[in-house]
Design a protein around this ligand. Structure first.
Ligand code: GH3
Ligand code: MG
Ligand code: MG
Length: 395
């Protein structure tokens, strides 16, 4: 077996391995259309190589045309995989026409035995070059924001693959111009097989990298949001709170923390059941979200407790007014449970101001929570903003 044949066999084995691995990973919990297409693309390439190797024993023209047809289809599948990370879709008409033309040329060249080895080398390349350039452009422009570095790396590998294919054609044309030198052809085929292995591994790894980044982003989203209401959770608001304190400290500004708790919520659960209780929580969450300004940070921090960082508030009076807006939004909720059966809920709240009431979460949350309980004691459905306010504001 020549050096070139050994390396082409290694190239085949590597593509089988990477293709299989991509398909297995694509079937995992995080279903990845990109890896599925990519995996089939690599397996198709491996199958194409296998068939062309089979041309040594089986009818040469048939195996040459069939093998190179598979090799030509492979970049279509691979590029479809890459662009499936974006909203861009390859034009079926154009790709279909280009693939049909490629296959027709391969069949014609192999059937007529007109410079078949050269045709088999050159004909599959243009469609691969165009598709990989399109995929590289699209993944950089429209690829997932969470995996920007991986997108760029993948695009770089696509461009490198295009360069390898272009140089391969140029070199082979140059070599075949002169007298046939078996040793020289052997070295060139070997070198390009190695280059093809490197780009295959690098592109597959960058697709894995993109999926890892997407999974990380999904995990972070789940870890920072409340599954019932979809609002940010306590962990999320704590992170944003710390950012807000450093921003306020830097600019010498104030901000407020408001803490809310639904009134007599246990009775809702006890009288109507937990499913209705959950519906009330969702309705409260969406009423609060509707009342918040874009710069406010709203979270569900406990069972029926919500908190809002009011970043635009510079005074306690303004913050209490803002908290009233949230309280009124909940008061307006009408949950229609049946004909003539509307459920109403109210909410009490406590407000604390940075830096007057404290410099960190524990101090500000402590002050706001103390005032929330003062609001409960004063009769509920009201907001308290100062420790000496025993009545609270109902507006
Ligand atoms: P208060 O006006 O003093 O706040 O009275 P309350 O009944 O609202 O206060 P309490 O803390 O006694 O009740 C809170 C209830 O919230 C108890 C708990 O069963 C309920 N709860 C907590 N999380 C959930 C949830 O996710 N879904 C439902 N349906 N209920 C929840
Ligand atoms: Mg409550
Ligand atoms: Mg409570």
């Amino acid at each position: 077996m020549s050096r070139a044949q050994t390396l082409v066999l290694a190239l085949l084995a590597l593509h089988l391995l990477l293709g299989g691995l991509s398909l297995v990973i694509a079937r995992g919990e995080h279903r990845s259309a990109a890896l599925r297409w990519w995996g089939w693309g690599l397996l198709t390439y491996a199958a194409g190589l296998l068939v062309t190797i089979g041309a040594a024993v089986l009818p040469r023209a048939f195996m040459g045309a069939a093998g190179n047809t598979l090799i030509s289809i492979s970049p279509v599948l691979c590029a479809t995989g890459i662009v499936s990370h974006t909203r861009f879709e390859l034009s079926r008409a154009w790709v279909g026409a280009a693939a049909a033309l490629t296959v027709a040329l391969l069949i014609a060249a192999n059937a007529a035995d007109y410079r078949a080895p050269l045709a088999n080398l050159i004909v599959p390349t243009p469609i691969a070059i165009v598709l990989f350039l399109v995929a590289a452009f699209v993944i950089v422009r429209d690829g997932p924001r969470e995996s920007r570095m991986a997108n760029q790396f993948l695009a770089g590998v696509c461009v490198l693959a295009v360069a390898v294919w272009s140089i391969r054609i140029a070199v082979m044309l140059w070599v075949l111009e002169g007298a046939y030198d078996r040793e020289r052809v052997d070295i060139i085929i070997s070198l390009f097989a190695i280059a093809q292995m490197v780009t295959g591994v690098a592109a597959t790894l960058s697709l894995f990298w993109i999926d890892v980044r997407l999974m990380q982003a999904e995990l972070a989203r789940v870890a920072h949001s409340d599954s019932l209401t979809g609002l940010p959770n306590r962990r999320a608001i704590l992170t944003r709170f710390i950012e807000e304190t450093s921003r306020a400290a830097r600019h010498g500004q104030h901000f407020a923390l408001a803490v809310f708790d639904l009134d007599h919520f246990k009775q809702v659960n006890d009288k109507r059941g937990h499913i209705v209780g959950d519906e009330v929580l969702k309705a409260a969450a969406s009423a609060l979200a509707g009342a918040k300004r874009s710069e406010d940070i709203l979270a569900r921090i406990g069972g029926e407790e919500f908190a809002v960082v009011l970043s635009s508030q510079q005074s306690l009076g303004g913050a209490v007014d803002a908290a009233q807006r949230f309280r009124e939004a909940v008061e307006r909720i009408e949950l229609r449970l049946g004909v003539g059966d509307d459920l109403r809920v109210t909410m009490s709240g406590g407000v604390a101001l940075y830096p007057e009431d404290g410099l960190d979460w524990d101090a500000l949350y402590g002050a706001a929570d103390r005032r929330l309980y003062a609001a409960k004691r004063a009769g509920r459905n009201r907001i308290v903003g100062r420790d000496d306010d025993t009545q609270g504001k109902t507006r």
